[in-house]
Design a protein around this ligand. Structure first.
Ligand code: CA
Length: 228
């Protein structure tokens, strides 16, 4: 996985240096700009996972900059930095829709921890399709939860369900499902997909008997029912 780019908008080089260093040490790819204008130019050119914005910039108020950034890139998470420890700044920043707020002086480690937290939160929020259908895939544990219950799945069942859950509404042919779920797709027959889907359905029914989230499309394949 390539490192996540973080845009840092800060006019004080000494602060920028320590933040850039801390971010880079923690595996991020920081890019530093010292003005609002440069920030907007950088955002227009590249894609960033998150922006850290100093409120006191030379050419523009950080809040105004945030409004412009947010209009052009509504999904970009933003953490404000400010020298002022005023509660008003905090409230204004969060009301504008910033994701977090760090008052100077701060420790770079603390800031990086906030960056991680905001990224985790926004990543979760960016995945509503699966969540809305009642499924949650934990790829690290190779586990899928359905309506809060951890499913006991075979390796093939796990892979099949993961493919469906990640794209609710998308119809997958048996061939597509086979090529994604089997190590050796050539060894499997069509009926095998059907057999695994059948067993998956039984496991899902055991959790929520009234629901049938896997939809059969005759002659085409299967899909996961989209959230209503
Ligand atoms: Ca400043």
């Amino acid at each position: 996985m390539s490192p996540e780019s973080i845009l840092l908008v800060e006019d004080e080089p000494a602060i920028a240096d320590t933040v850039v260093y801390a971010l880079a040490t923690e595996g991020f790819a920081p890019q530093w700009v010292a003005s609002g204008e440069a920030a907007l130019a950088a955002l227009a050119r590249g894609s960033f996972a998150l922006a850290i914005v100093d409120i006191g910039l030379p050419d523009v108020n950080g809040f105004d900059l945030f409004r412009q950034m947010h209009a052009a890139h509504p999904a970009l998470p933003v953490i404000f930095l400010t020298a002022r420890s005023g509660e008003i700044d905090r409230v204004v920043g969060l009301e504008l829709g910033a994701d977090d707020y760090v008052a100077k002086p701060f420790s770079p480690r603390e800031l990086v921890a906030r960056v991680r937290t905001v990224l985790r939160r926004t990543r979760r929020a960016a995945e509503p399709p699966a969540a809305a259908t009642g499924f949650a895939v934990d790829d690290e544990r190779k586990q899928i939860r359905y309506r809060g219950a951890a499913l006991e799945l075979s390796r093939i069942e796990y892979r099949l369900l993961k493919v469906l859950v990640e794209r609710p509404g998308r119809v997958f042919s048996r061939d597509e499902l086979m090529s994604r779920a089997w190590d050796d797709p050539g060894a499997a027959f069509d009926r095998t997909v059907d057999a695994h889907i059948k067993s998956l359905r039984a496991k899902l029914r055991a959790v929520a008997p009234e629901e049938d989230p896997i939809v059969t499309h005759r002659g085409m394949g299967y899909s996961l029912r989209e959230a209503q």
